[in-house]
Ligand binder design. Structure first.
Ligand code: ADP
Ligand code: ADP
Ligand code: ZN
Ligand code: ZN
Length: 757
């Protein structure tokens, strides 16, 4: 077997004829500032070519049905192995996918119940909420139902005659409304809130008794029908497509989603739930935290069931080993963070027996507290020791430390990067003098003069998820870091409780930007209008010609620059449009220039270059172009080109471009979730400077962060814990970073002490 992956003359994105030999069977970490070209080499070159070469091994017949991967721009790519990319893209988002189903542990637990549960509900499908034989009939196995929200339908402080019914089609004076106001069995003048249980039941579910109701042309005596029954009959228990969109929208406002009352969210039918092991039914088992479930299953020593339970325990121990022991098997995967999802995908691969593969990870330390990075390292090394090549893009010095081989990209970002500035051992990197090497020598200190708060922002008695009645005062007018191990409750406190109390807070997170495939930094920042006007004025043409969403679009690809092939059984694939070579515009548009550059050239400029280019035009139409481009510089994204599709941005870059549109405020509260994601140690300095500037401009900034380089420079720290899940959810420390250094009982304090020494 060849000992290296050999790359020669790689030129994808910003790569400058990169030659590389990556040792096989070892752990290689790729480092370098954001935008230096790490992803271009690892994902856009190695992973893409591995997949393409794998596809080439199939017969012509199969190949023609597979997506066509384009060969990456490189002179040579040899001795690759099949690659598995474990990234942070959200795990398939449908509501039936849970931690248990995606890791396959739930299917083992189902087999266990079918063999060992008493009474047994039948074979294993009888315990599946995705199978008709096991699912709860009320919610079809979703665990949640959509139900009328009587808090909104009724104003209980009013009587029926005074308009207690708020749902417009049932209001006083309407045809339906008369049923309730005219009923002889209800007191129409007593506030609904004062009804006793019986009266209330009659209002909502009553039957019988006749009521006079008037239509516009008739008057009839109708059977009384309870308000809830009538609402459900007319709006829920029927083919909703028969309702007008207007009615559907109206009804929507009076519905709420909630736990299914039939199965209490367990998703399963009675037979499945009646079956128990050790007094627990399968829903109880799925609701337990993984860390608590392991000893329960490990106790089973029955000769038939023991080995099955053992298989489940092995898988659960992997989940725990990766620092996710606070999750439960019934946790829906759409509610997991990107980092949690990536680590769960990793669990799946650790269980497989494949060897000779290339595993590729994208910043697997995201969302991990420094305490747990050691465990992550163990897993990466275990994967290597099974005979695989492991490639990791990482910024965390503790992960870099265990690499067998390091490839440091740089020296700068965008056109200023794209070269290998160092390759070799970690020890060699420290002495290499590269930016990464120099950063590894830092011995930072904590902030000595924290700012004085200008007020307090209270969150009181928060109990979302694992939060244990948390009351905390966040200082206003300063930079606060919220810390704690994964699962300790940081997001629940900040994204949940805090933003619920302060809805006007500016939340800047990594979630996808709800935009089309045509969005680019230029459209997102809102500078394209001005750019089009400048070109139109200069060339005497109409502005629409300078838009690939309008008259300027290449006709073959309608301005997308790529052609999509959607295959039912695989990820959709894109190939560059041959007519415009991916430039998105018609040929004629490229001949129309402003200061010697076409609009295509402008979209290929980095934000940095564009700043220089547009400076002379600032006096004219709009100063906005430069101001908005400078915002990109402030968030460290000048290496992006104006026309780069936003879909190619990483989570961290998405968060920073959102932040770029939210600067220039005062008196605002900013909430950021791990803003250092994707940032090199050197980039973190720039980010902290930006956060400091926001605070100095009169804002309050709250960051959820693991990066100790940010924590030590905050004015205030709120540390949650002590551990994850039900062992967390409490505030274990509040104070300045200097006070944190002396704190007891906090993992964050322990690691900060080690960092600053
Ligand atoms: P890193 O992974 O080190 O942050 P990348 O490899 O993502 O860096 O980016 C290197 C350069 O290539 C940057 O200038 C980036 O803007 C550019 N780039 C990355 N992906 C694309 C793309 N799909 N289209 C155009 N430019 C891209
Ligand atoms: P952190 O942000 O510190 O990693 P979280 O606030 O995400 O912690 O999680 C705290 C606890 O709440 C964990 O036990 C987690 O499993 C649980 N949790 C978080 N989000 C959800 C959710 N959407 N549904 C159910 N449980 C959740
Ligand atoms: Zn149900
Ligand atoms: Zn085209």
């Amino acid at each position: 077997m060849p000992e290296h992956i050999v790359i020669t003359g790689a030129r994808e994105n910003n790569l400058k004829d990169v030659d590389l030999r990556i040792p096989k069977g070892l752990l290689t970490v790729f480092t370098g500032v954001s935008g230096s070209g790490k992803s271009s080499i690892v994902f856009d070159t190695i992973a893409v070519e591995s997949q393409r070469q794998l596809n080439e091994t199939f017969t012509w017949f199969v190949r023609n049905r597979l997506p066509k991967y384009e060969r990456p721009h490189a002179d040579g790519l040899e001795d690759l192995a099949p690659a598995i990319v474990v990234d942070q893209k959200p795990i398939g988002g449908h509501s039936r996918s849970t931690v248990g189903t995606m890791t396959d542990v739930y299917s083992v637990v189902r087999v266990l119940f079918s063999r060992y549960g008493t009474p047994s509900a039948g074979p294993a499908t009888a315990y599946s909420f995705n199978d008709p034989s096991g699912m709860c009939p009320e919610c079809d196995g979703l665990g949640r139902t959509v139900r009328p929200d009587y808090g909104r339908i009724l104003d209980e402080s009013k009587s029926l005659a005074d308009g207690a019914v708020l749902f417009p089609p049932f209001r006083v004076g309407t045809f339906h409304g008369q049923t309730y106001v005219n009923s002889q069995d209800l007191d129409a003048h007593k506030p609904v809130g004062e009804f006793n249980a019986e009266e209330r039941e009659f209002l909502l579910r009553g039957r019988g008794g006749r009521v006079w109701v008037k239509g516009s042309t008739f008057e009839v005596e109708n059977d009384y029908e309870g308000l809830a029954d009538r609402f459900e009959r007319l709006y829920l228990k029927r083919d909703l497509s028969a309702l007008s969109q207007k009615t559907r929208d109206l009804v929507q406002d009076f519905l709420s989603e909630g736990v299914c009352p039939h199965c209490s969210g367990a998703r399963l039918n009675e037979a499945a739930l009646a079956s128990r092991i050790d007094g627990l039914n399968i829903a109880d088992v799925a609701a337990m935290e993984v860390g608590d479930l392991i000893p329960v299953l490990a106790r089973i020593d029955d000769p038939v069931a023991g080995p099955i339970a053992g298989a489940a325990v092995t898988a659960l121990e992997r989940i725990e080993a990766i620092g996710l022991g606070y999750l439960s098997l019934d946790r829906p995967t759409p509610t997991l963070s990107g980092g949690e999802g990536q680590r769960l995908k990793m669990v799946r691969h650790l269980g497989s027996s494949l060897t000779g593969m290339t595993y590729i990870f994208d910043e697997p330390s995201v969302g991990l507290h420094p305490r747990d990075v050691g465990r992550l390292n163990d897993l990466l090394l275990r994967l290597r020791d099974k005979g695989n090549t492991v490639l990791v893009v990482e910024h965390d010095p503790d992960v870099i430390a265990v690499a067998d081989h390091v490839v440091d990209m740089g020296p700068g970002a965008g056109t200023g990067g794209g070269q290998v500035v160092y390759e070799g051992t970690v020890a060699g990197l420290r002495d290499s003098g590269t930016l990464t090497g120099r950063c590894l020598h830092r011995h930072p200190d904590v902030k000595k003069n924290p700012r004085r708060p200008t007020g307090r922002l209270w969150v009181r008695d928060a109990s979302l998820h694992n939060l244990d009645d948390v009351t905390v005062a966040f200082p206003a007018g300063v930079l606060t870091a919220v810390t704690g191990v994964a699962g300790s409750g940081k997001s629940s406190l900040v994204s949940g409780a805090f933003t619920a109390a302060y809805p006007e807070a500016v939340v800047v997170d990594q979630s996808s930007i709800g935009i089309s495939a045509r969005s680019t930094p230029a459209t997102y920042l809102g500078i394209m209008d001005t750019v089009r006007k400048l070109f139109a004025r200069e060339t005497g043409s109409e502005p629409g010609l300078f838009s690939f969403n309008s008259r300027g679009a290449c006709e073959s690809c309608q301005g997308r620059g790529v052609i999509y092939s959607d295959l039912a059984f695989m990820d959709p694939v894109t190939t560059t449009c041959e007519a415009c070579e991916g430039r998105r515009f018609k040929d004629e548009v490229r001949r129309l220039t402003l200061a010697g550059r076409s609009v295509v050239d402008v979209l290929e400029m980095t934000a940095d270059d564009a700043l220089d280019f547009f400076a002379p035009f600032d006096g004219g139409t709009d100063k906005g172009v430069s101001r908005r481009l400078r915002a990109l510089r402030d968030v460290g994204l000048t290496y992006l080109t104006l026309g780069q599709p936003l879909g190619t941005l990483s989570g961290g870059e998405r968060q920073r471009i959102k932040l770029a549109t939210q600067l220039h405020r005062t008196g605002a509260v900013y909430v950021l979730d791990e803003p250092t994601t994707g940032l090199h140690m050197a980039d973190v300095d720039g980010l902290v400077a930006l956060l400091d500037r926001l605070v100095d401009d009169g804002n309050t900034v709250l960051v959820v962060e693991h990066n100790l380089d940010v924590v030590r420079r905050a004015d205030w720290v709120v540390d949650l814990g002590p551990d994850g899940g039900k062992h967390g959810g409490r505030v274990v420390f509040e104070g300045t970073p200097a006070q944190l250094l002396r704190a007891e009982g906090s993992f964050t304090a322990e690691h900060l002490r080690r960092e600053v020494r």
